[in-house]
Design a protein around this ligand. Structure first.
Ligand SMILES: C[S@@+](CC[C@H](N)C(=O)[O-])C[C@H]1O[C@@H](n2cnc3c(N)ncnc32)[C@H](O)[C@@H]1O
Length: 433
């Protein structure tokens, strides 16, 4: 798990003061992760937060039902990793949480990453043990890790209610640290009717309605996920967050103005992504769009390292991979979406917005705006767009000719009704796309 917490702690671990031994430390990175996960799992950080004062290793071991010898070593290793701080007293060392641990490693913190760490520690890393096999075979490792068919990754992930709950809680964690950034990457306030496809436990949907209070977000997910979301994560009082069950590959997708696909496409290969995006495009209202929330690779795939590691995770767990902005744009374009804009947030996840055009003026306007925005990557849409522009021009020409002809034929007696009716014809096709 590569949280901001672990990044900072690792920077401390390999940084200042350790420079001479930096290279050798590479062999210890796996130990670092294990120490952090174990201290989380045993409840060390929660206990130290709740106690409100530094504690000795004996007291911590007694409270957590662990051996004093084992606990002392674990606590000292956490001090070395800057996850804990120790002060020496006459009675021995007293331990307390560092700021990073309080924020990210305790269960009760609003920015807690506890659940995703536990999911990684107890489930995902069982698949990672077969990483070499995954690289050799190019497929997920559910069969080796759990004796489950690799053909249905979510069937495997949801092999028990307990596993599903752990997965959903884990997926929710990340949005407490970067949900705002991905949702504010574009102004989504014009979209009031939003579907979060594969919205899981609903943490991103909740962030969305809090940032855009005029919007309603409907979480659309598999039936048993929706059931658990209702029972555990989304209370009925949250009236702006709704839940609908469905399978986005096999069932119809309801009409909406905006679809959020957060960490969805990275689960699937290109063919499945195209199939899903084509359905989304068909369901999308004219003028609406789709927001992809994904961790973007650099165009040359040289980084960021977090995304490269996520992509390895996709290999052992799913049918998908992490992609570059150009790769996502290509998938969106293939489905019919237009002027595609990309925003890197500087956090773990980024945002890509594609639009379904309403009419040609909007296309021109959006293109003009996009070219002046340096951060945005512009991808010309496509033959469909050009054809539509030509179609509109043709309609306009025919209607104007018809209107002029009307005027001419009626010479001085100008009949407004046929002229107006001709002009309205111009606008009718605009709502067709
Ligand atoms: C990686 S999780 C992402 C969850 C959430 N969007 C987020 O960003 O935290 C993928 C989600 O897609 C859902 N999902 C997978 N296959 C699906 C399908 N065929 N139809 C609907 N949802 C599906 C899963 O249940 C899960 O909630």
């Amino acid at each position: 798990m590569w949280t901001p917490g672990s990044q900072k702690a690792l920077a401390g671990f390999t940084g200042k003061g350790n420079k001479k031994r930096n290279k050798e430390y590479i062999v210890c990175i796996a130990h670092y992760i294990s120490v952090m996960f174990t201290a989380c799992e045993l409840g060390v950080f929660d206990l130290l937060l709740e106690s409100g004062k530094p504690l000795s290793s004996d007291a911590i071991a007694a409270c957590l039902g662990a051996s004093t010898m084992g606990m002392e070593r674990l606590l000292d290793a956490c001090v070395g990793l800057k996850l804990l701080a120790a002060e020496m007293t006459l009675e021995g060392a007293l331990y307390r949480n560092t700021e990073i641990s309080n924020i990210y490693l305790t269960k009760s913190s609003p920015k807690s990453q506890y659940h995703i760490m536990m999911y990684y520690s107890n489930t995902v890393y069982l698949c990672w043990q077969y990483l070499a096999d995954a690289v050799r075979e190019g497929r997920n490792q559910y069969e080796r890790a759990f004796g489950i068919s690799p053909k249905d990754p979510f069937g495997a992930m949801y092999r028990s209610d307990e596993e599903m709950l752990k997965f959903m809680a884990g997926q929710n964690s990340v949005w407490s640290i970067c949900g705002r950034d991905v949702l504010a990457a574009f102004d989504l306030s014009p979209f009031t009717q939003i579907y979060d496809l594969g919205g899981g436990g609903g943490a991103l949907a909740r962030e969305c309605v809090s940032l855009y209070p005029n919007s309603t977000v409907t979480i659309y997910d598999l039936p048993k996920v929706v059931q658990v979301a209702k029972e555990q994560f989304v209370s009925p009082e949250e009236r702006m967050v709704k839940l609908v069950l469905g399978d986005f590959f096999n069932d119809s997708i309801p009409e909406a103005e905006l679809y959020i696909l957060s960490k969805i496409l990275h689960d699937w290969d290109d063919d499945k992504c195209k199939q899903l995006l084509a359905k989304v495009y068909k369901a999308c209202k004219p003028g609406g769009g789709v927001l992809l929330v994904e961790s973007l690779l650099n165009e040359d795939k040289s980084g960021p390292v977090e995304t490269q590691l996520y992509s390895m995770n996709m290999l052992v767990q799913t049918e998908g991979k992490e992609r570059t902005a150009a790769e996502y744009s290509k998938l969106l374009e293939a489905a019919g979406f237009g002027v595609i804009r990309v925003r890197r947030t500087g956090k773990l996840y980024d945002a890509v917005l594609g639009r379904k055009y309403r009419h040609v003026l909007q296309i021109w306007e959006t293109r003009k705006k996009s070219t002046t925005a340096p951060q945005e990557t512009i991808h010309k849409r496509n033959v469909q767009c050009v054809c539509f522009s030509l179609y509109q021009s043709l309609i306009l020409t025919v209607c104007l000719t018809k209107a002029i002809l009307n005027l001419y034929l009626n010479s001085c007696k100008i009949k407004l009704i046929p002229v107006l009716s001709s002009l309205t014809c111009i606008f009718i096709p605009e709502v067709l796309i």
